[in-house]
Design a protein around this ligand. Structure first.
Ligand code: SAM
Length: 278
């Protein structure tokens, strides 16, 4: 235990571990995440309904959805997919959380929406091709290393028809200023979020100031299981995003304020990005 704690408290190299799947596919944690997704007063896993409505409306206005082939990567329980389907999109939702997909399929069937949900990892599994639009919503781009981002952009480029659009959102540099380093140790940390039974939870937050990168690292110690979760969060400036997009064969069509749909100004939180395949 001494060695585990000693290593846990050391500062890891940026993006030295990728544990995102553990968060979304663990039997117990994925159920808690789904509760967050579906709670309209909570924006821990998905944005609140009014924000989801606003983003889908923005996409409808700026790109158009009727008759378009759209894939929502990391679709979760289908909150965006359903709304896009209602605008007439031919939509595929893609996610590696079987629990969220099962919920999404039940909802689509109950609402008589023709949405195809596919299970897979968008970093490595086969993705739909010939798409007009691909979406990746709620900061999923920000948890990836530079190499993973470059590889994913290449994959999305391959999914799109020429002139097709990629819509995503990122956390901004002004938000990075609010991150504070810290350490917490608590029995059943986060009110039992991490396991059904008893456990000790440790959380340490690191800032990598020169890279606008933060890490929330968790150590969860149950009677018979010990695991670590790394939540990396990269904070971006628009020109950095534009450079990554350009390197992958996209042009940046719009950088916009997710709340107003209008121009993003540097002091406001996350921004939306609409990219076009060249
Ligand atoms: C923050 S949630 C956002 C869900 C949805 N976009 C929304 O805003 O309601 C991230 C989602 O992406 C999925 N996800 C994360 N990484 C993934 C990967 N590599 N492949 C497939 N799905 C992934 C998770 O299972 C989860 O459903």
């Amino acid at each position: 235990m001494y060695e585990i704690l000693k290593t846990f408290l050391e500062r890891p190299a940026p993006f030295s571990a990728y544990t995102t799947a553990d968060l979304w596919t663990d039997e117990y944690v994925s159920a808690r995440m789904l509760e967050f997704h579906l709670d309209p007063s909570c924006d821990l896993a998905s944005r609140r309904p009014e924000a989801i409505d606003a983003l889908v409306k923005w996409l409808e206005t700026h790109v158009g959805l009727a008759g378009k082939k759209v894939t929502d990567l990391g679709c979760g329980p289908g909150l965006y997919a359903e709304r896009m389907a209602m605008h007439g999109a031919r939509i595929t939702g893609f996610d590696f959380s079987q629990r969220s997909l099962a919920h999404a399929r039940r909802q689509a069937s109950a609402k008589k929406l023709a949405i195809e949900y596919q299970h897979g990892d968008y970093l490595k599994d086969i993705l739909p091709e010939g798409q007009n639009v691909v979406t990746l919503i709620y900061g999923d781009y920000c948890v990836l290393s530079p190499a993973q981002r470059a590889a994913l952009l290449k994959r999305i480029h391959g999914m799109l028809k020429s002139g097709g659009h990629f819509l995503f959102d990122v956390f901004s540099r002004p938000q990075f200023g609010q991150i504070e380093e810290g350490f917490v140790c608590e029995r059943r940390l986060m009110n039992g979020f991490w396991a059904e039974g008893d456990y000790f939870g440790f959380k340490i937050t690191h800032r990598y100031d020169d890279q606008y990168l933060a890490l929330d690292r968790y150590l969860i110690v149950e009677p018979k299981r010990t695991r670590e979760i790394y939540n990396w969060m990269q904070y971006f400036a628009p020109d950095e995003i534009a450079a990554e997009l350009s390197a992958a064969g996209f042009e940046t069509a719009e950088i916009f304020d997710l709340t107003t749909g209008g121009k993003w100004i540097a002091k406001s939180p996350p921004f939306g990005v609409l990219a076009r395949k060249k």
